[in-house]
Write a protein that binds this ligand. Structure first.
Ligand code: PFF
Ligand code: NA
Length: 435
């Protein structure tokens, strides 16, 4: 296909909506507060924000450059650019994304269940106990199947555009519901303690725990921005040349970060109020925290259904983006029908997710290994490629950018600081995982 024939986003908003739909998801609302709790609070927040700005934003541009220039999926992109050996980076990203989907779908299954359980108020009395009851086992498996089935139907029918448009409604609705829950949290007895824990780092806390905070913050930054899984390469392959990659990237990163910060403001006051120590809830932090908040509100059942229903759509728009990467590759490369390709991918993800649905410890292990090893390793390879091997990167990133100094500064940053920082976090991750 010549480049002029290739399908492109019809409007500026089409690409942004799809990319925001992919970025905003369980990573912001579930994984972010979970990581803050694991890593001891505000110290993690500080390092995370530094990673988003100094590494995440420039790295999203790295994927955009590869995608727009190659006009290909992450597996075929490198060959098309004339660097076949680097296909390994694309394959690693797709593999990591595949494993991520297998537990993402289990967590999205919990969200599905909470949407239903809100209508009956099942978790209102004992939010922490309720989570433990439903998080692992045959029930979790059933809801994992349900969520994966839902994702497969949308991808199989090729009706993602509908979801993209739903993102337009979803993001404002999600923000409004979060504001409501944040305001409610502000009135609680545990609010001051919650904010102190989340926002005010103890002196020396970063220095004392940097070997675990650094890889965790890097992993969270990549996870939340959908980096290192081939998604942003794929989406950027449809952008036209007039668009400023820098401008689009800044929008996506800014919105994603704002929603994550809000999730923390929503959850920590409640945890301190109901007497659950942050970190103790592990992967359940969101469900216990928000569950506790919703239980205290007038109109709790309706608010619960709306909140978890909105989160469900956010998870769906992320899951679709990842499933689509592999499905479109199978279609392009092997000429499979879309429903067949979707069945293979969704079936594989379902099977891979069985152990994570049955055991919370397995879920947390898969989660850590993918976020702290697969994602940084893939991003490291992509950054190395664009920084040191690919000659056209500067030209590509300069399109539509008016600040003359910016592209050169970006390339310098990519070649040096980013490589070193991700290199260090990778070493720390590997050390942490073998301990
Ligand atoms: N960026 C997504 C999020 O923060 O929820 C992460 C993601 C995970 C996207 C899995 C897509 C996906 F399939
Ligand atoms: Na995100």
């Amino acid at each position: 296909m010549s480049s002029t024939d290739r399908e492109q986003w019809a409007t500026r908003i089409g690409f942004i909506l799809a990319a925001v739909g992919s970025a905003v998801g369980l990573g912001n609302i579930w994984r972010f507060p979970f990581q803050v709790g694991q890593e001891g609070g505000a110290a993690f927040l500080v390092v995370y924000l530094a990673f988003i700005i100094l590494i995440g934003l420039p790295a999203i541009l790295v994927e955009f450059v590869i995608g727009r220039r190659s006009e290909r999926n992450p597996i075929d992109a490198f060959e098309r650019l004339g660097y076949r050996a680097w296909t390994i980076a694309g394959l690693l990203g797709v593999l990591g994304g595949f494993i991520i989907m297998s537990f993402y779908s289990v967590v999205a299954g919990w969200v599905t269940r909470y949407t239903l359980a809100s209508a009956t108020g099942a978790y209102f009395a004992e939010p922490a106990e309720y989570f433990m009851d439903i998080a692992a086992g045959t029930d979790a498996l059933l809801f994992h199947l349900l969520f994966m089935g839902l994702t497969a139907i949308i991808v199989g029918l090729g009706i993602q555009r509908g979801i993209e448009m739903a993102v337009k409604l979803l993001v404002p609705a999600l923000v409004a519901l979060m504001v409501l829950l944040i305001v409610y949290g502000f009135t609680l007895d545990g609010a001051v303690q919650g904010y102190a824990y989340y926002l005010s780092p103890e002196p020396g806390a970063i220095a004392a725990n940097w070997t675990s905070i650094l890889p965790a913050a890097a992993g969270q930054a990549f996870f939340t921005l959908s980096l290192g899984m081939g998604i942003m390469i794929t989406y950027a392959s449809y952008i036209d040349d007039e668009r400023s990659l820098v401008g689009d990237g800044a929008w996506i990163v800014g919105l994603d970060t704002a929603i994550a910060i809000m999730a923390g403001l929503m959850i920590f006051p409640v945890l301190f109020t109901i007497g659950v120590e942050p970190g103790a809830g592990g992967a359940g932090e969101l469900f216990i925290g928000v569950g506790g908040a919703i239980a205290g509100l007038p109109g709790s059942r309706i608010i619960g259904v709306l909140f978890f229903g909105t989160v469900l759509v956010a998870a769906l728009s992320s899951a679709i983006s990842l499933t689509e990467v592999t499905v479109s590759f199978l279609i392009d490369r092997f000429g499979l029908d879309r429903p067949v390709a979707t069945g293979i991918v969704a079936g594989g993800i379902f099977l891979l997710g069985i152990p994570t649905a049955l055991d919370l410890m397995v879920l947390e292990l898969y989660d850590q290994v993918t976020a702290e090893l697969f994602l940084p390793l893939t991003v490291f390879l992509l950054v190395l490629f664009v920084g040191w091997f690919y000659d056209e990167a500067l030209d590509e990133v300069s399109k539509g950018v008016s600040a003359d100094w910016l592209p050169g500064a970006w390339l310098w940053h990519v070649r040096t600081i980013i490589l070193v920082v991700i290199g260090i976090t990778l070493i720390l991750s590997i050390q942490g995982l073998i301990e």
